[in-house]
Write a protein that binds this ligand. Structure first.
Ligand SMILES: CC(C)(COP(=O)(O)OP(=O)(O)OC[C@H]1O[C@@H](n2cnc3c(N)ncnc32)[C@H](O)[C@@H]1OP(=O)(O)O)[C@@H](O)C(=O)NCCC(=O)NCCS
Length: 158
């Protein structure tokens, strides 16, 4: 079984169908618009959308990351860490596991989108070698109705 070490006794492993509830909850905590549990269940069990969870030995989930694989390209669809676990290296551990696992795929370049005002995520991605390649103005909806700019970042894999 695939398993990567995480901080504070946590480890990272591929998500299982039974994780869909916890993953949907974490996603809803991290983003203005949540996604239905059923969508995550389909991503977790489906092809081409690997999901990784950071969890303890009792499988209490502290964070997750989801990737979409399309040929030579991979996209980081979403990553979120439980607010109680942020700033402790969980996001970094998830990304390390993602990059390691992608070495087994044909993916050679990875993309992501991030809100221009999400300083924590942009710093995390910068630390992992992602650089800005473009901007998409008005890309994200906001609770107050004002659209927010997305930054597209990319890095080579392997
Ligand atoms: C972005 C997020 C996933 C980071 O996860 P995390 O576990 O807190 O991150 P880590 O503790 O692994 O931090 C790794 C690096 O990220 C950066 N970082 C993390 N939190 C930060 C913060 N609040 N401010 C500035 N930089 C931050 C730092 O560079 C940090 O490295 P350092 O501690 O050596 O300086 C988390 O804040 C989160 O879930 N946010 C809500 C959802 C979200 O915005 N996801 C990204 C959408 S594109």
């Amino acid at each position: 079984m695939k398993l990567w070490m995480g901080p504070a006794g946590l480890h990272v492993e591929p998500a299982q169908g039974r994780d869909a509830d916890a993953v949907a909850r974490l996603h809803a905590q991290g983003f203005y618009r949540g996604w239905p549990r059923e969508d995550f269940a389909a991503y977790i069990t489906g092809e081409g959308t690997p999901v990784y969870v950071a969890c303890d030995a009792k499988r209490r989930i502290a964070g997750f990351a989801m990737v979409r694989l399309v040929g030579a390209e991979a996209e980081l669809i979403t990553i979120a860490v439980d607010p109680r676990w942020r700033g402790k290296g969980v996001g970094a551990a998830l990304l390390r596991a993602v990059f390691d696992d992608l070495l087994m795929t044909p993916a050679r370049r990875m993309f992501l989108e991030v809100a221009a005002d999400n300083a924590a995520a942009i710093r995390l991605y910068g630390k992992f070698g992602f650089v800005k390649v473009s901007e998409r103005k008005g890309y994200y909806p906001r609770p107050d109705g004002s659209p927010a700019t997305a930054i597209v970042m990319a890095r080579d894999l392997g």
